[in-house]
Design a protein around this ligand. Structure first.
Ligand SMILES: N[C@@H](CCC(=O)N[C@@H](CS)C(=O)NCC(=O)O)C(=O)O
Length: 204
């Protein structure tokens, strides 16, 4: 399998952590993809949205987005490998909802970052940035009150939250850490439990 991604995307990092927890990271060749036109032409042939990550299976099937890829990865690995997403019952919906919130934090954080990276100063909207930042802050406050728990290995919700926080460390100057001691401690516990969090850390 081939994973089209980049060293800085939190969504590609989710996939790499999922693969590591399932013990199948050696089955995935990681390939850097360009998301910016015109260099993204090849990526668009793999995902019409031009977004990463994309997992290309050995038979040529393309999987995206990161949630779909992580669900697929959860079907792989040894029989005793940790399950990332509960298959049935209330725990399934809790995990998926927590992960959706974590992904939403990352998506809003990325929109704030893109505003300065991809838009000229005269195109930027402080109102839009404030609206997205409010989503980041509200999501973080929710997790400060109720971070995802795990027994054994962190599940998919934990993976998604750790990657969202990693994105904010990289692109938002670690501001999320101020006033959120429980979440800071939670991420430290995650790092201790998942060595791949360190090896997939994006370059500063
Ligand atoms: N919901 C998607 C989000 C993927 C996403 O937004 N990826 C960003 C990189 S972090 C991207 O490819 N952006 C390029 C673009 O929007 O043109 C997922 O979970 O995979």
């Amino acid at each position: 399998m081939k994973l089209l991604t980049s060293p800085t995307t939190p969504f590609g990092r989710k996939v790499r952590l999922a693969a590591a927890i399932k013990g199948i990271e050696n089955q995935i060749a990681v390939e850097k993809a360009d998301t910016n036109p015109p260099g993204n032409a090849e990526l668009v042939t793999n995902n019409p949205l031009g977004k990463i990550p994309v997992l290309v299976l050995d038979d040529g099937t393309r999987l995206f987005d990161s949630r779909v890829i992580c669900e697929y990865i959860d079907t792989l690995g040894a029989a005793d490998a940790p399950r990332l997403i509960p298959q049935t019952g209330p725990a399934r919906w809790t995990t998926l909802t927590q992960a959706a919130l974590a992904d939403g934090i990352a998506e809003a954080g990325i929109l704030v970052f893109y505003e300065t990276l991809l838009r000229q100063p005269n195109e930027r909207s402080t109102t839009w940035v404030a609206r997205q930042q409010a989503k980041v802050d509200a999501g973080l406050d929710h997790f400060e009150m109720a971070p995802p728990n795990w027994d054994g290995a962190p599940d998919y919700a934990g993976i998604a939250l750790a990657c969202a926080l990693g994105h904010l460390d990289l692109r938002h100057e670690k501001r999320w850490r101020q006033g959120r001691p429980r979440l800071v401690n939670w991420l430290q516990q995650f790092e201790n439990a998942v060595p791949a969090y360190d090896t997939t850390r994006p370059p500063a």
